[in-house]
Design a protein around this ligand. Structure first.
Ligand code: GDP
Length: 543
């Protein structure tokens, strides 16, 4: 052997580790069944043994003053932020996403750290607003999507109609992989179109067994034996389906243009095994990612990763925070020095952690696809990149246009420094977006939900000792603006100075008061590019 033997062996071991990782998130509108499905997947993976072990991370606003309750509930979502389990020799990392719409920005950012997603849809409600928003982010990033239509044990909508709605509202082609037989009281089970097998429905909430009955094809009399009169309907349905939907194409799934669809009932553990088995068969392992300078392959030897989420410590006596980092290439080692690109300094981590349903474990190493929690005393901002020395920053961790805008008014002039630094740090954490308006030196905070203002005000007071109030602003949307010709931009800015600001990175932002205003501004200024996310991304994050 030559003296290069060692790195080659290490690299091939890493290759195996990368190849067996599947990092994904589950997205849904609240109440569609995300928590229930998560729990069932963890049961299959042996990560938990009883139902009820996964706490819902739903934020419920009990009373307007109950901020600690909000934080406590957010605390649950920290503990369950990443749920790792092994299934069929694969390492599955399930990244949890907050269900509450006011924390949708958290979810957007979490989606930048996954390689694929499972979308859960309630069969009675169909595609709901939150799902549409989250899918926009997936589409932008060309994330492969698998759909699980849930709650078939209840009366729901016609499955064909649901598929049409998914195609239209989520703008993705679909391919049913299984087909429901009846629903609600008449729900008999599903027919697996891929394997020609029949899965009969038996309500069972705790166990993980789920066997299918193999049939030759649709003409098999076994179907009549088990389904009686419903077999005729099934044959008709499938004939129709095969005429309408093209065969499943893994390549199109991987490029995010075709979603396989499953039907089942997470609560009854039905259809979940099929979903998981298909997921492990087709979901991508960690892929290449765009950085500002170049494309980074997970198989490179040098470590790199980015921070996509920061969570403050719930204990006010400790100001440390946990930064969640997605490993993109190489191998992360505990206690090794890494390069913090934005700050240009070296950092090492003595207690990097992985999280698993309420448990935190110290880790020695991590591979691409893994998410690790790093204790942070204020070094990190969302989007920060760590490397072994190279000055690259990962792309695709954008801010999206907020929906509610308020001006910060300091009510304790002695504490203006604390207020300024508190607001900056909270915006680094991604709690809200900060815009600074030169005109009048106004501080404007933008969020996607009203709940964040309560959280911000509470945290500013308790963590930074700063008191403020918020004044509503009549803005409808923020658009990041650029132009090829800087003179065009200057001319535009001249007439709109009262509606312009800079985001925390110095990018120019235009506030529109209404959709009409926005459309007019776009029409009247064809040379100005208006974007609704801070990165103006035309390219996907993963390739
Ligand atoms: P999440 O908000 O998306 O996390 O939804 P949950 O998993 O908390 O589920 C919301 C509600 O729907 C809970 O009461 C669940 O018990 C119920 N649920 C989840 N899956 C099913 C299902 O397959 N059938 C029925 N009937 N109820 C379900």
């Amino acid at each position: 052997m030559t003296n290069t033997a060692k790195p080659i062996i290490r690299a091939s071991f890493s290759d195996l580790e990368i190849g067996r990782r599947r990092t994904f998130g589950i997205i849904s509108h609240p109440d569609a069944g995300k928590t229930t499905l998560t729990e069932k997947l963890l049961l299959f993976g042996g990560a938990i043994h009883v139902a009820g072990a996964v706490k819902s991370n739903k934020i419920r606003k009990t009373a307007t003053s109950d901020f600690m309750e909000i934080e406590r509930q957010r605390g649950i979502s920290v503990a369950t932020s990443v749920m790792g389990f092994d299934y069929k020799a694969l390492r599955i990392n399930l990244l949890d996403t907050p269900g509450h719409k006011d924390f949708a920005e958290d979810t957007f950012r979490t989606l930048t750290a996954v390689d694929s997603v499972i979308v859960v849809i309630d069969s009675a409600k169909g595609v709901e607003s939150q799902t549409i928003k989250l899918m926009e982010v997936c589409r932008m990033r060309q994330t492969p999507v698998l759909v699980f239509v849930n709650k078939l044990d209840r009366e729901g909508r016609d499955p064909i109609e649901l598929l049409d709605e998914i195609e239209q509202t989520l703008q993705i082609d679909v391919r049913p992989m299984s087909w429901p037989i009846g629903m609600g009281a008449t729900f008999k089970g599903v027919y697996n179109l891929h394997e020609n097998s029949l899965h009969l429905f038996r309500p069972m909430r705790q166990t993980v067994a789920e066997d299918g009955i193999s049939v030759r094809d649709l003409s098999d009399p076994l179907l009549d034996n088990h389904l009686g009169g419903q077999a005729i309907r099934l044959r008709k349905d499938v004939e129709l389906l095969e005429g309408v939907y093209t065969t499943f194409d893994t390549e199109r799934y991987l490029e995010g243009s075709l979603a396989p669809v499953f039907f089942g009932s997470a609560l009854n553990n039905f259809g979940v095994r099929e979903l998981l088995d298909t997921f492990v068969a087709i979901a991508p392992s960690p892929r290449q990612r765009y950085a500002d300078q170049r494309v980074v392959s997970p198989y490179e030897e040098g470590f790199s990763g980015f921070v996509f989420k920061i969570h403050a410590n719930l204990d006010p006596r400790h100001r440390d925070r946990i930064a969640f980092l997605r490993v993109c290439s190489g191998r992360f080692d505990r206690n090794k020095f890494y390069h913090h690109v934005r700050q240009g300094k070296s950092l090492r981590f003595r207690t990097p952690a992985s999280f698993m349903a309420q448990e935190k474990t110290l880790i020695e190493e991590a591979y691409p696809g893994d998410v690790i929690g790093l204790y942070d005393t204020g070094n990190f901002k969302i989007g920060d990149t760590l490397t072994e020395g190279e000055a690259i920053m990962f792309k695709g961790i954008p801010s999206f246009s907020p929906e509610i805008f308020r001006q910060v008014v300091n009510i304790d002039p002695m504490k203006s420094k604390q207020l300024e630094s508190g607001i900056r740090q909270l915006s680094d954490e991604g709690v809200a977006q900060l815009f600074i308006q030169e005109y009048g030196n106004r501080r404007i905070i933008g969020t996607v939900g009203a709940l964040q203002f309560d959280v911000i005000q509470y945290r500013l007071e308790h963590e930074y000792g700063a008191l403020c109030r918020f004044e509503p602003l009549p803005f409808y949307k923020a658009a990041w603006i650029t132009a090829k010709d800087s003179r065009e931009l200057e001319a535009f800015c001249k007439y709109k100075s009262d509606r312009l600001a800079q985001d925390k990175d110095g990018n120019l932002v235009f506030f529109a008061e209404s959709n009409w205003n926005l459309q007019r501004a776009i029409e009247d200024n064809p040379k100005i590019i208006f974007s609704f996310s801070s990165e103006f991304m035309q390219i996907p994050l993963t390739v």
